[in-house]
Ligand binder design. Structure first.
Ligand SMILES: [Zn+2]
Length: 450
């Protein structure tokens, strides 16, 4: 071997050694926040929500003890309690809107209201927004019955309770940009509350980084079996984006980006963060927008072009979902609190909190992420621009084989250009910006540059 070749190998080894490292840290503050999630709080919230008898979207709005009106006022009053500990940064509101009779599940024109808590960011120049939701409304067997009991403990008292626990814990901390915690209504009647908010976000051009929907996250016993699984939760994410322009479709087809929608990147991000921060909980990624032929409150956000996913328990129990409370042949039907597994719910809430806080403290995502294609080579060169705003410590390049469902390798680089020893013919890549504590932006899939 010629001396120059040896020198070349030494240089390459040195380069690999100095430029690439694994980021393994965690943020101690996030660990502290996770320790503040209490199953007793989650249970108290779910029981309080069920105490309103029904939270059907079209139920009583005047009573102070029963119906959707009493329920939404209570959620708002809880937000107001959290606001006291937030130095005036958390504000609550009920966002009222009118929905027209639709000839389906809305019989007459009705006024509905989403209950929102908005935590203002500390950096006025950072226009990003994160949204987390659960749905406040409930239903019995007959979706049009607005007076019969519909406790909705799991569907979706669980999602609302998780969202409120995040609002309580996060409002004591500062984040650079706006976080929105929302209990939407009208889900069971046709996703009306979520659609109202998604349309507002689109019309007002909100820079929504991610929308996270929690709908049924507290059941662990599968109906019709004896299977109890409190170690997995599903995260649903769309495959081909609902809203895809012709130009975007062209790039997707050219780059085989069929499994790398922004929502899918968010779903994989949740899996990574959960592995890092939450014990005994696996994220089961389901590569479809929602359950078969179904939709949820994240769907109107997807349809408006936002990055949005749904958390949902691994096992559903149909004895306690959309069922009128009753006993038949000694079987108790109905969505009652005694069937909610609050320790399981706590882990799912922790996964939400770890995800939401990592995203909220992360730098913006790198921009103009590209992959050079002018030369034929077995290496790949990725280039991007440093994002504006919050300082960046470095970037992680995520790598996986084309048939792999999840990212398999992570390289850390400081520069905004990297030549890596992986062929773009055989691997997919994405780039994310990170800060010193390892808070990472959502990964960006590169587009070809010539
Ligand atoms: Zn639901």
């Amino acid at each position: 071997m010629k001396p120059t070749s040896i020198l070349y190998i030494v240089v390459i080894l040195f380069a690999v050694h100095t430029n690439y490292a694994q980021i393994k840290g965690y943020d101690a503050e996030i660990k502290t926040m996770l320790s503040e999630v209490k199953s007793e709080n989650l249970e108290a919230t779910v029981r309080k929500l069920t105490s309103f008898g029904t939270r059907h979207t079209l139920s009583d709005t005047k009573s102070t003890t029963r119906g959707i009106g009493a329920a939404r006022n209570w959620v708002k009053s809880e937000f107001d309690k959290y606001a006291l500990a937030s130095n005036g940064r958390l504000t609550s509101s009920i966002d009222f809107f009118t929905i027209k009779a639709d000839g389906k599940r809305i019989a007459t024109d009705s006024q509905l209201g989403n209950v929102m808590a908005t935590l203002k960011g500390t950096d006025a120049t950072d226009d990003r927004v994160l949204i987390i939701s659960g749905h406040l409304d409930s239903r019995a067997t007959d979706v049009m019955d607005a007076t019969i009991d519909a406790p909705g403990a799991n569907d979706d008292g669980s999602g609302v309770a998780a969202m409120m626990e995040l609002a309580r814990i996060m409002s004591k901390r500062e984040f650079p940009f706006t976080l929105i915690f929302v209990a939407v209504v009208g889900e069971e009647q046709g996703l009306y509350g979520a659609k109202h908010l998604a349309d507002k976000a689109k019309d007002e051009k909100w820079n929504v980084v991610a929308m996270i929907n929690n709908d049924m996250i507290g059941n662990s016993l599968s109906s019709g079996t004896s299977i109890r699984d409190n170690t997995q939760v599903r995260v649903f994410s769309e495959t081909i984006p609902y809203l895809e322009t012709e130009a975007e479709a062209k790039i997707r087809k050219a780059t085989n980006r069929d499994n790398d929608s922004p929502s899918r990147q968010l779903a994989r991000y949740i899996k990574t963060v959960t592995n890092q921060y939450v014990a005994q909980l696996d994220i089961n990624l389901v590569y479809r927008n929602d359950r078969f032929l179904r939709g949820g409150d994240h769907t109107p956000f997807s349809q408006n072009g936002f990055t949005a996913i749904r958390f949902c328990e691994m096992n559903e129990n149909y004895d306690h979902q959309h069922q009128t409370v009753r006993k038949e042949n000694n079987v108790q039907y109905g969505d009652l609190p005694e069937f909610v597994d609050f320790e399981y719910m706590k882990k799912v809430t922790c996964s939400n909190l770890a995800t939401f806080s990592n995203l909220a403290w992360a730098p913006k995502a790198p921009t103009n992420v590209g992959i050079e294609v002018k030369d034929l080579t077995n290496f790949s060169t990725l280039v991007w621009n440093k994002p504006e705003g919050k300082p960046v410590y470095g970037y992680t390049i995520l790598i996986r084989e084309t048939a792999a469902p999840f990212w398999e390798k992570t390289l850390f680089v400081k520069d905004t250009r990297a030549e890596i020893p992986y062929s773009k013919d055989n691997f997919f890549f994405a780039v994310q910006a990170i800060d010193e504590l390892g808070h990472a932006s959502l990964p960006v899939f590169p587009i070809p540059i010539r």
